[in-house]
Write a new protein. Structure first.
Length: 508
């Protein structure tokens, strides 16, 4: 009864209503900006935000995190739309949602927490760099060359082409939006805590364009219904394209990882119910399935909106549901407002969002304390810039696995040389990754006395290493003692040989 009273108490209701308004004000410019940057109509970003609030927000999983279109998927959506067309977006997101629901039903949600943090930070850093490099062109009123590497390479030339009234005005609006976002929270008083920076930046940009009659591009408004494209059965034939299937896997991996990592971060911000990861993955998948049916953007849990929700005092999931209601009312009643928003202002907001994705403050201490993790982070980010999102993340995961395997397969060889024999004690984990070290050490031993291997201190001896040691023992006549910790006694230990049975080495 106490929990019911908590949910229905006037204090809780007022907190949730206030929090929902704050999240709504944060969500509007971000939903619209992410849609425009993704190369789709602005209204589709609002549709995803509405589904994230009304559908995913009402389902069990995480209690306070907010879902909608995310900057982290902007680059991937833009690549998919450019390669396969806007018509393929619906089936791509629909397939992603169904796959997420299936993974949640089989209990795979909790395993997404096993993804290396360095890979996630590297993924976000790569996304941030690609997002910044593409949106700087929009700030200047120009078109981006294309790939992340081309965009970065073209930035020096872009700065020299900012001439003419249109380019200068667009740049001023975009840079002004970035400046507002940086300075807004540093202002004294309570106002920065009440009004979100992105909304203030957009409001000032709209006022400046109207006041000075600046020749800058604004959002093209199509209308909510006209922007939707229902996905039909014929669209499933597009999944025969292996490139589209790769995009589905990338969407699933990145959207799920971002959502569940966001859930873990939000759980640390409040003392309410903890996230149930499998149910949260099902909720995200259900939302993406609906977004795919109407051809909208993919949905993830978004840490910026979730943090705003918690910081505004939300107590229950009612706040995120209400934020979806406000988005729906805005899209239905005030669509013309979108046509007043300068594209450069939204681009400036996304440049700022991209910069926040780059973990600048953590790279230096990470390099000092965990250099291997820093290498994984940097390689993942660079791979995303040089190739694409999917290949970059796969490379990062593969490198993280190799790094972990290398670190856990540490082996130590202690050599005890006496006049009558040499004893080599192996301790730790002997795997194929350490074979060069082990064989180099054994082959460098003096050849004028018997050799005995002591395997009693090994925690693990894999098949490749065992086979190599058996071959070396047979060839040299060395002996081995002690069971290895990975299996049966006889299989784990090398066949013992008498010290005096050592055969002369070849050439002796």
């Amino acid at each position: 009864m106490s929990s019911i009273r908590l949910r229905l108490s006037p204090d809780v209701v007022s907190r949730d209503v206030l929090a929902s308004i704050v999240v709504f004000l944060v969500a509007v410019p971000l939903c619209v900006g992410i849609a425009v940057a993704s190369g789709v109509p602005a209204e589709l970003g609002l549709v995803t935000g509405i589904v994230g609030g009304l559908v995913a927000g009402a389902m069990p999983g995480s209690s306070l995190q907010v879902s909608g279109p995310a900057a982290g998927l902007t680059v991937l959506v833009y690549e998919a739309v450019t390669t396969h067309g806007v018509a393929a977006l619906g089936i791509l997101v629909l397939a992603t949602g169904l796959l997420q629901v299936g993974l949640g039903l089989v209990g795979f949600g909790r395993w997404f927490r096993a993804i290396s943090t360095a890979v996630v930070h590297g993924m976000l850093a790569g996304i941030g760099l690609v997002l910044i490099s593409s949106q700087l062109y929009a700030v200047a009123g120009a078109s981006a060359p294309g790939s992340g590497l081309d965009n970065l390479a073209g930035l020096p030339g872009l700065f020299t082409r900012i001439t003419g009234a249109a380019a200068v005005s667009s740049t001023a609006v975009g840079v002004g939006a970035i400046a507002v976002l940086i300075l807004w929270k540093r202002l004294p008083g309570r106002l920065p805590g009440i009004l979100p920076g992105p909304l203030v930046a957009v409001g000032i940009a709209i006022a400046a364009v109207a006041l000075f009659d600046l020749p800058v591009a604004t959002i093209e408004v199509r209308g909510l219904v006209d922007s939707l494209r229902l996905t039909g059965l014929d669209d499933f034939g597009l999944l025969a394209d292996l490139g589209l299937l790769g995009a589905v896997l990338a969407f699933t991996l990145i959207a799920s990882a971002e959502s569940l990592f966001s859930a873990a971060a939000v759980d640390r911000m409040h003392d309410g119910p903890r996230t149930r990861y499998n149910k949260e993955l099902i909720a995200q998948g259900t939302g993406n399935t609906l977004c795919g049916l109407v051809g909208a953007l993919p949905m993830t849990a978004v840490i910026v909106r979730s943090a705003a929700n918690v910081q505004a005092g939300a107590r229950t999931k009612a706040s995120r549901i209400l934020h979806g209601v406000w988005l729906l009312l805005f899209a239905a009643l005030f669509p013309a407002v979108l046509g007043l928003i300068p594209v450069a202002a939204l681009a400036g907001i996304l440049v700022h969002a991209g910069a926040k994705l780059i973990p600048v403050t953590t790279i230096r201490p990470l390099w000092r304390e965990h250099r291997g993790e820093a290498v994984v982070l940097i390689v993942t980010a660079l791979a995303i810039i040089l190739t694409d999102m999917f290949m970059g993340v796969l490379l990062g995961i593969g490198l993280a696995v190799v790094k972990t395997a290398w670190e856990t397969s540490a082996v130590r060889l202690d050599v005890d040389e006496r006049e009558d024999r040499t004893t080599v004690v192996l301790s730790g984990s002997a795997t194929f990754l350490r074979l060069p070290l082990i064989l180099d050490t054994l082959e460098a031993l003096p050849k004028d006395r018997p050799v005995e291997l002591d395997l009693s201190r090994l925690r693990h001896l894999d098949h490749a290493c065992r086979t190599a040691l058996e071959a070396w023992s047979t060839h040299t006549g060395a002996g081995a003692t002690g069971p290895a910790a990975d299996g049966a006694q006889r299989e784990a230990a090398l066949a013992a040989a008498a010290p005096d049975s050592r055969r002369p080495a070849p050439g002796r």
